[in-house]
Design a protein around this ligand. Structure first.
Ligand SMILES: C[S@@+](CC[C@H](N)C(=O)[O-])C[C@H]1O[C@@H](n2cnc3c(N)ncnc32)[C@H](O)[C@@H]1O
Length: 300
Protein backbone atom coordinates (compact mmCIF):
# COMPACT_ATOMS: atom_id res chain seq x y z
CA UNK A 1 0.00 0.00 0.00
CA UNK A 2 1.26 3.48 -0.85
CA UNK A 3 2.61 5.45 2.17
CA UNK A 4 -0.03 8.23 1.74
CA UNK A 5 -2.78 5.69 2.56
CA UNK A 6 -1.31 4.68 5.95
CA UNK A 7 -3.11 7.25 8.14
CA UNK A 8 -6.42 6.23 6.54
CA UNK A 9 -5.61 2.59 7.21
CA UNK A 10 -4.86 3.35 10.86
CA UNK A 11 -8.09 5.31 11.14
CA UNK A 12 -10.01 2.43 9.58
CA UNK A 13 -8.42 0.04 12.07
CA UNK A 14 -9.64 2.16 15.03
CA UNK A 15 -12.87 3.74 13.78
CA UNK A 16 -14.30 4.25 17.31
CA UNK A 17 -11.11 5.84 18.73
CA UNK A 18 -9.93 8.34 16.12
CA UNK A 19 -7.37 9.88 18.54
CA UNK A 20 -6.11 6.76 20.25
CA UNK A 21 -2.43 7.11 19.24
CA UNK A 22 -2.00 10.83 20.04
CA UNK A 23 -3.98 10.21 23.23
CA UNK A 24 -1.54 7.48 24.30
CA UNK A 25 1.36 9.82 23.54
CA UNK A 26 -0.15 12.63 25.62
CA UNK A 27 -0.84 10.16 28.42
CA UNK A 28 2.80 9.02 28.46
CA UNK A 29 4.10 12.61 28.43
CA UNK A 30 1.73 13.53 31.26
CA UNK A 31 2.72 10.47 33.32
CA UNK A 32 6.39 11.26 32.77
CA UNK A 33 5.93 14.90 33.82
CA UNK A 34 3.98 13.88 36.91
CA UNK A 35 6.60 11.33 37.86
CA UNK A 36 9.36 13.92 37.49
CA UNK A 37 7.28 16.45 39.46
CA UNK A 38 6.72 13.83 42.18
CA UNK A 39 10.44 13.11 42.39
CA UNK A 40 11.16 16.84 42.55
CA UNK A 41 8.65 17.27 45.36
CA UNK A 42 10.30 14.48 47.35
CA UNK A 43 13.85 15.51 46.55
CA UNK A 44 14.13 18.89 44.77
CA UNK A 45 17.25 19.11 42.66
CA UNK A 46 18.73 21.22 39.88
CA UNK A 47 16.94 24.16 38.24
CA UNK A 48 13.48 22.51 38.28
CA UNK A 49 14.12 21.69 41.93
CA UNK A 50 14.60 25.36 42.77
CA UNK A 51 11.33 26.21 40.97
CA UNK A 52 9.48 23.44 42.78
CA UNK A 53 11.00 24.62 46.08
CA UNK A 54 9.73 28.15 45.49
CA UNK A 55 6.25 26.92 44.55
CA UNK A 56 6.17 24.69 47.65
CA UNK A 57 7.39 27.54 49.90
CA UNK A 58 4.76 29.90 48.46
CA UNK A 59 2.02 27.34 49.03
CA UNK A 60 3.26 26.73 52.59
CA UNK A 61 3.29 30.50 53.27
CA UNK A 62 -0.29 30.80 52.00
CA UNK A 63 -1.31 27.84 54.15
CA UNK A 64 0.40 29.37 57.21
CA UNK A 65 -1.41 32.66 56.60
CA UNK A 66 -4.71 30.78 56.43
CA UNK A 67 -3.83 29.07 59.71
CA UNK A 68 -3.33 32.51 61.31
CA UNK A 69 -6.73 33.64 59.99
CA UNK A 70 -8.24 30.25 59.41
CA UNK A 71 -11.35 31.16 57.47
CA UNK A 72 -10.56 34.63 56.24
CA UNK A 73 -11.25 34.08 52.58
CA UNK A 74 -14.06 31.49 52.88
CA UNK A 75 -15.38 33.50 55.83
CA UNK A 76 -15.62 36.64 53.72
CA UNK A 77 -17.40 34.71 50.99
CA UNK A 78 -19.89 33.22 53.46
CA UNK A 79 -20.38 36.68 54.98
CA UNK A 80 -21.20 38.16 51.59
CA UNK A 81 -23.64 35.37 50.76
CA UNK A 82 -25.29 35.72 54.17
CA UNK A 83 -25.57 39.53 53.86
CA UNK A 84 -27.11 39.19 50.40
CA UNK A 85 -29.68 36.69 51.67
CA UNK A 86 -30.48 38.84 54.71
CA UNK A 87 -30.90 41.94 52.53
CA UNK A 88 -33.31 40.07 50.26
CA UNK A 89 -35.24 38.73 53.27
CA UNK A 90 -35.44 42.22 54.84
CA UNK A 91 -36.76 43.62 51.54
CA UNK A 92 -39.39 40.85 51.46
CA UNK A 93 -40.48 41.65 55.03
CA UNK A 94 -40.89 45.33 54.16
CA UNK A 95 -42.64 44.68 50.86
CA UNK A 96 -43.42 41.00 50.16
CA UNK A 97 -43.51 40.26 46.46
CA UNK A 98 -43.63 37.32 44.07
CA UNK A 99 -43.49 33.67 45.08
CA UNK A 100 -40.99 34.29 47.91
CA UNK A 101 -43.31 37.05 49.13
CA UNK A 102 -46.20 34.59 49.43
CA UNK A 103 -43.98 32.27 51.49
CA UNK A 104 -42.94 35.22 53.67
CA UNK A 105 -46.63 36.06 54.15
CA UNK A 106 -47.32 32.52 55.42
CA UNK A 107 -44.28 32.66 57.69
CA UNK A 108 -45.47 36.02 59.10
CA UNK A 109 -48.91 34.53 59.82
CA UNK A 110 -47.36 31.78 61.90
CA UNK A 111 -44.76 33.96 63.64
CA UNK A 112 -47.10 36.84 64.50
CA UNK A 113 -50.34 35.03 65.26
CA UNK A 114 -50.08 35.33 69.07
CA UNK A 115 -49.12 39.02 69.03
CA UNK A 116 -51.88 39.81 66.52
CA UNK A 117 -54.41 37.93 68.64
CA UNK A 118 -53.45 40.15 71.60
CA UNK A 119 -53.66 43.30 69.47
CA UNK A 120 -57.19 42.43 68.30
CA UNK A 121 -58.10 41.54 71.87
CA UNK A 122 -56.86 44.96 73.07
CA UNK A 123 -59.48 46.70 70.90
CA UNK A 124 -62.65 47.63 72.71
CA UNK A 125 -65.21 46.96 69.97
CA UNK A 126 -68.99 47.30 69.86
CA UNK A 127 -71.28 45.49 67.37
CA UNK A 128 -71.07 47.07 63.93
CA UNK A 129 -67.54 48.29 64.48
CA UNK A 130 -65.41 49.37 61.55
CA UNK A 131 -61.89 48.11 61.97
CA UNK A 132 -58.68 48.09 59.96
CA UNK A 133 -55.40 46.22 59.70
CA UNK A 134 -52.79 48.60 58.31
CA UNK A 135 -50.00 46.60 56.64
CA UNK A 136 -51.76 43.23 56.94
CA UNK A 137 -49.03 41.16 55.24
CA UNK A 138 -50.04 37.49 55.24
CA UNK A 139 -53.51 38.40 56.54
CA UNK A 140 -53.50 36.97 60.06
CA UNK A 141 -54.89 40.28 61.38
CA UNK A 142 -57.70 40.22 58.81
CA UNK A 143 -58.64 36.68 59.85
CA UNK A 144 -58.70 37.54 63.57
CA UNK A 145 -60.55 40.84 63.07
CA UNK A 146 -63.20 39.10 60.93
CA UNK A 147 -63.59 36.45 63.60
CA UNK A 148 -63.86 39.09 66.31
CA UNK A 149 -66.64 40.89 64.44
CA UNK A 150 -68.59 37.66 64.08
CA UNK A 151 -70.25 36.05 61.12
CA UNK A 152 -72.88 38.61 60.29
CA UNK A 153 -72.77 40.35 56.94
CA UNK A 154 -72.97 44.17 56.90
CA UNK A 155 -75.85 43.88 54.43
CA UNK A 156 -77.75 41.34 56.51
CA UNK A 157 -81.09 42.04 58.18
CA UNK A 158 -79.16 43.48 61.10
CA UNK A 159 -77.95 46.31 58.83
CA UNK A 160 -74.35 47.20 59.62
CA UNK A 161 -74.45 45.31 62.88
CA UNK A 162 -71.79 42.91 61.56
CA UNK A 163 -69.30 45.69 61.08
CA UNK A 164 -66.59 45.83 58.46
CA UNK A 165 -62.88 45.11 58.18
CA UNK A 166 -60.54 47.19 56.01
CA UNK A 167 -57.22 45.71 54.98
CA UNK A 168 -54.54 48.10 53.75
CA UNK A 169 -51.20 47.02 52.35
CA UNK A 170 -48.81 48.38 49.74
CA UNK A 171 -47.95 44.90 48.41
CA UNK A 172 -49.82 43.64 45.35
CA UNK A 173 -48.72 40.11 46.24
CA UNK A 174 -50.26 40.35 49.73
CA UNK A 175 -53.44 41.90 48.27
CA UNK A 176 -53.72 39.01 45.79
CA UNK A 177 -53.22 36.37 48.47
CA UNK A 178 -55.81 37.99 50.77
CA UNK A 179 -58.27 38.44 47.89
CA UNK A 180 -58.10 34.69 47.17
CA UNK A 181 -58.22 33.64 50.80
CA UNK A 182 -61.10 35.93 51.84
CA UNK A 183 -63.12 35.83 48.61
CA UNK A 184 -66.39 35.13 50.41
CA UNK A 185 -65.90 37.88 53.00
CA UNK A 186 -65.12 40.38 50.22
CA UNK A 187 -68.21 39.30 48.26
CA UNK A 188 -70.45 39.79 51.30
CA UNK A 189 -68.92 43.19 51.99
CA UNK A 190 -67.45 42.23 55.36
CA UNK A 191 -63.93 42.88 54.11
CA UNK A 192 -62.58 45.61 51.84
CA UNK A 193 -58.99 45.42 50.63
CA UNK A 194 -57.01 48.47 49.59
CA UNK A 195 -53.63 48.64 47.95
CA UNK A 196 -52.36 51.81 49.56
CA UNK A 197 -49.76 53.28 51.83
CA UNK A 198 -50.27 53.83 55.53
CA UNK A 199 -49.02 57.38 54.90
CA UNK A 200 -52.05 58.04 52.67
CA UNK A 201 -54.99 55.92 53.77
CA UNK A 202 -57.94 55.48 51.38
CA UNK A 203 -60.41 55.82 54.28
CA UNK A 204 -62.63 58.74 55.20
CA UNK A 205 -61.83 60.83 58.28
CA UNK A 206 -63.26 59.70 61.63
CA UNK A 207 -64.75 56.44 60.33
CA UNK A 208 -62.67 53.74 62.06
CA UNK A 209 -63.38 52.35 65.53
CA UNK A 210 -60.25 50.26 65.87
CA UNK A 211 -57.07 49.83 63.86
CA UNK A 212 -54.06 47.60 64.33
CA UNK A 213 -50.66 47.96 62.70
CA UNK A 214 -48.06 45.36 63.62
CA UNK A 215 -44.47 45.12 62.40
CA UNK A 216 -44.94 47.93 59.92
CA UNK A 217 -43.35 51.03 61.44
CA UNK A 218 -39.83 49.66 60.80
CA UNK A 219 -40.46 50.24 57.10
CA UNK A 220 -41.91 53.72 57.36
CA UNK A 221 -39.68 56.74 56.85
CA UNK A 222 -42.18 59.47 57.75
CA UNK A 223 -43.33 58.18 61.13
CA UNK A 224 -45.05 61.46 62.10
CA UNK A 225 -46.95 61.60 58.80
CA UNK A 226 -48.05 57.95 59.02
CA UNK A 227 -49.33 58.30 62.59
CA UNK A 228 -51.16 61.54 61.75
CA UNK A 229 -52.87 59.63 58.93
CA UNK A 230 -53.88 56.87 61.38
CA UNK A 231 -55.21 59.51 63.77
CA UNK A 232 -57.19 61.17 60.93
CA UNK A 233 -59.23 58.04 60.14
CA UNK A 234 -60.01 57.17 63.78
CA UNK A 235 -63.30 58.16 65.36
CA UNK A 236 -62.88 60.29 68.53
CA UNK A 237 -63.67 57.10 70.48
CA UNK A 238 -61.42 54.95 68.30
CA UNK A 239 -58.23 53.08 69.17
CA UNK A 240 -54.98 52.35 67.40
CA UNK A 241 -52.84 49.38 68.46
CA UNK A 242 -49.22 49.62 67.34
CA UNK A 243 -47.18 46.39 67.58
CA UNK A 244 -43.38 46.48 67.58
CA UNK A 245 -40.56 44.09 68.35
CA UNK A 246 -38.46 45.13 71.33
CA UNK A 247 -35.98 47.70 69.95
CA UNK A 248 -33.02 46.33 71.96
CA UNK A 249 -33.67 42.80 70.78
CA UNK A 250 -34.29 43.90 67.22
CA UNK A 251 -31.06 45.90 67.07
CA UNK A 252 -29.20 42.63 67.78
CA UNK A 253 -30.77 40.80 64.87
CA UNK A 254 -28.70 40.78 61.68
CA UNK A 255 -31.69 41.24 59.40
CA UNK A 256 -32.59 44.64 60.87
CA UNK A 257 -29.26 46.07 59.65
CA UNK A 258 -30.73 45.89 56.16
CA UNK A 259 -33.01 48.92 56.02
CA UNK A 260 -35.13 48.52 59.17
CA UNK A 261 -35.82 51.64 61.21
CA UNK A 262 -35.60 50.37 64.75
CA UNK A 263 -36.93 53.16 66.94
CA UNK A 264 -36.91 53.39 70.74
CA UNK A 265 -40.40 52.96 72.20
CA UNK A 266 -40.25 56.50 73.59
CA UNK A 267 -39.81 57.87 70.06
CA UNK A 268 -42.92 56.01 68.89
CA UNK A 269 -44.93 57.08 71.95
CA UNK A 270 -43.90 60.72 71.39
CA UNK A 271 -44.77 60.53 67.70
CA UNK A 272 -48.19 59.11 68.64
CA UNK A 273 -48.68 61.98 71.09
CA UNK A 274 -47.67 64.53 68.45
CA UNK A 275 -50.25 62.95 66.11
CA UNK A 276 -52.98 63.43 68.74
CA UNK A 277 -52.94 59.87 70.11
CA UNK A 278 -52.18 59.06 73.72
CA UNK A 279 -50.87 55.65 74.75
CA UNK A 280 -53.15 54.47 77.55
CA UNK A 281 -51.94 50.88 77.65
CA UNK A 282 -48.57 49.25 77.08
CA UNK A 283 -48.81 45.46 76.76
CA UNK A 284 -45.48 43.63 76.60
CA UNK A 285 -45.76 40.13 75.13
CA UNK A 286 -43.24 37.31 75.34
CA UNK A 287 -39.69 37.65 76.55
CA UNK A 288 -36.05 37.48 75.55
CA UNK A 289 -35.52 37.58 71.83
CA UNK A 290 -39.28 37.31 71.29
CA UNK A 291 -40.17 40.33 73.43
CA UNK A 292 -42.86 42.35 71.67
CA UNK A 293 -44.73 45.54 72.60
CA UNK A 294 -48.31 46.59 71.97
CA UNK A 295 -49.04 50.29 72.40
CA UNK A 296 -52.78 50.95 72.64
CA UNK A 297 -53.44 54.60 71.80
CA UNK A 298 -56.59 56.76 71.71
CA UNK A 299 -57.32 60.27 70.41
CA UNK A 300 -57.09 62.77 73.26
C1 LIG B 1 -43.38 42.57 58.24
S1 LIG B 1 -44.89 42.62 57.41
C2 LIG B 1 -46.04 42.55 58.78
C3 LIG B 1 -47.36 41.96 58.40
C4 LIG B 1 -48.34 41.77 59.54
N1 LIG B 1 -48.79 43.03 60.07
C5 LIG B 1 -47.73 40.91 60.62
O1 LIG B 1 -47.39 41.43 61.69
O2 LIG B 1 -47.58 39.71 60.40
C6 LIG B 1 -45.03 44.30 56.91
C7 LIG B 1 -46.19 44.52 55.98
O3 LIG B 1 -46.45 45.93 55.95
C8 LIG B 1 -46.57 46.34 54.62
N2 LIG B 1 -46.11 47.74 54.57
C9 LIG B 1 -44.87 48.20 54.85
N3 LIG B 1 -44.84 49.52 54.73
C10 LIG B 1 -46.08 49.91 54.33
C11 LIG B 1 -46.68 51.17 54.02
N4 LIG B 1 -45.99 52.29 54.11
N5 LIG B 1 -47.96 51.19 53.65
C12 LIG B 1 -48.68 50.04 53.56
N6 LIG B 1 -48.18 48.82 53.84
C13 LIG B 1 -46.89 48.77 54.23
C14 LIG B 1 -45.73 45.40 53.81
O4 LIG B 1 -46.13 45.34 52.47
C15 LIG B 1 -45.91 44.10 54.55
O5 LIG B 1 -47.00 43.37 54.05
Amino acid sequence: MAPRNRPLARHAAHPGHPHELPGRLVGRLRDGALARFGTQLGHPHGVPGRLVGRLRDGALALFAAQLGHPHELPGRLVGRLRDGALARFAAQLGHPHGVPGRLVGRMLNRANRAATFEAVDALDLAPGAVVADLGFGGGIGLELLLRRLGDRSPTSAAGLAGGQVHGVDQSVTMLGAAARRFRREIETGRLALHQASIECLPLAAATVDGAITLNTLYFITDLAGALQECARVLKPSGQLVVGLGDPNQMARQRVTAHGFRVRPLAEVTNALLAAGLEVDEHRPIGNGRGLFHLLVAQPY
